[in-house]
Design a protein around this ligand. Structure first.
Ligand code: DIG
Ligand code: MN
Ligand code: MN
Length: 391
């Protein structure tokens, strides 16, 4: 049996909008047929995915009647049951309708903000009905081109009021649901508020129900901002706030490419999988491995499933490489060489005695400056494991 073929326990998920992306872009129409949610569920099951995610309008077209909505949902549930897929995450489309042209929760027009909240209440109900345990908020339109259009502090306040309102709704309904906030620096707005995962982590600390709110970092979005995605994810994990993750690939300095996972910066993808899988030690991420990505516009429908298979296979290949890397005795020797347990207890939890001991240490600082760290060898070992040149 192929050890790199996806299995349910890998918890790989895709959004309906990812494998359902028909190839249209700002410069041209779709290049692939539009597939129904049911056929996407069948295709995802066939390629080994565990779950499928959705925006409300990926499944229920905007403006559907209540009866149409119920019929569509019932048919989708049948497909999920028939193919054994789950819905771990749901979200609201707060970016397509023209009413959201100046934002949703942060729009200047209170009627737009009311529409956004009401739409999200209904979308949360839909997500919970389908079994979602995580609810993502990506504020694609929460931003500006004309900076003078609103006080940016007011925008943060409106976002907080909306998230607090929706958290209170989830609590009042007794839903088993957590929120995950997804940052992006720009596109489709010139500048998007709460632009990075770091911004989001602080914002969460200002919320009424901060315990039920985490982050959903996306590879492409932090990379667009020129940041280390691994470090943003690490800070979220360390804070217990990595509630979900959007995996894809991105070249820095470009629009949001949402490429097949691992198809660009393979070393960063390796370091990310190493962190998520915990092969370097410490906690392992236990949530869904969600691919928020889509096939090249050049691809036909078969190419979409090549894309999906590639995302999952690359993840598993990198996980195996990371396991071998962190089990490599030479790697361990270089990393562990840095740990000096005798000093460690002095470096935290201040006491006057520790301060005195620190000051009394007889440190040969010149020798410290001359110490060999062997990071060149360490990084070469990583490259060789990545390239399969070392087992
Ligand atoms: C884009 O990166 C956003 C939307 O696709 C969606 O709201 C979210 C969920 O993964 N990612
Ligand atoms: Mn993206
Ligand atoms: Mn995303």
């Amino acid at each position: 049996m192929d050890p790199y073929s996806p299995r349910p326990e890998d918890r790989f998920t895709f959004g309906l909008w990812t494998v359902g992306n028909p190839g249209r872009d700002p410069f041209g129409p779709r290049t692939r047929p539009v597939l129904s949610p049911e056929s996407l569920v069948e295709g995802l099951a066939r390629c080994g995915a565990w779950g499928v995610n959705l925006h409300d309008n990926d499944l229920v077209p905007f403006g559907s009647t209540a009866a149409e909505r119920d019929r569509i949902v019932a048919s989708f549930k049948q497909a999920l049951a028939a193919h054994g897929l789950v819905v771990p995450m749901a979200t609201t489309n707060l970016f397509s309708h023209p009413a959201f042209k100046d934002g949703a929760f942060t729009a200047n027009d209170p009627e737009v903000r009311a529409f956004a909240l009401a739409k999200t209440l209904d979308a949360i109900d839909l997500g919970v009905e389908l079994g979602a345990k995580t609810y993502v908020f990506w504020g694609g339109r929460e931003g500006v081109e004309a900076e003078a259009c609103r006080d940016p502090r007011e925008a943060v306040k409106r976002m907080r009021e909306a998230v607090d309102f929706l958290c209170a709704y989830v609590v009042e309904q007794g839903y088993d649901l957590r929120f995950a906030l997804e940052a992006k620096p720009n596109e489709p707005r010139g500048d998007i508020y709460l632009a990075t995962t770091g911004h989001m982590l602080h914002f969460i600390s200002t919320l009424e129900h901060e315990q039920m709110v985490g982050v959903n970092p996306e590879v492409a979005h932090e990379t667009m901002a020129g940041l280390s995605f691994v470090h943003g994810v690490a800070q979220a994990m360390e804070a217990g706030k990595l509630f979900h993750i959007d995996l894809n690939a991105q070249r820095i300095g470009r629009y949001d490419q949402d490429l097949r996972f691992g198809s660009e910066d393979l070393k960063q993808a390796f370091c990310l999988v190493r962190l998520l899988e915990g092969t370097l030690g410490g906690e392992r991420y236990s949530g869904p491995r969600h691919f928020d990505a889509h096939a090249y516009r050049t691809e036909d429908s078969d190419g979409v499933w090549d894309f999906a298979a590639g995302c999952m296979r690359t993840y598993k290949l990198l996980a195996a490489r990371a396991e071998a890397f962190d089990a490599d005795p030479e790697v361990r020797a270089i990393i562990e060489d840095q740990a000096d347990s005798a000093i460690d207890p002095l470096l935290s939890n201040f006491t006057p005695a520790k301060a005195a001991q620190l000051r009394a240490l007889d440190l040969d600082v010149d020798a410290l400056g001359e110490r060999a760290l062997r990071y060149e060898r360490l990084d070469q070992l990583m490259v060789e494991h990545l390239m399969g040149a070392r087992e």
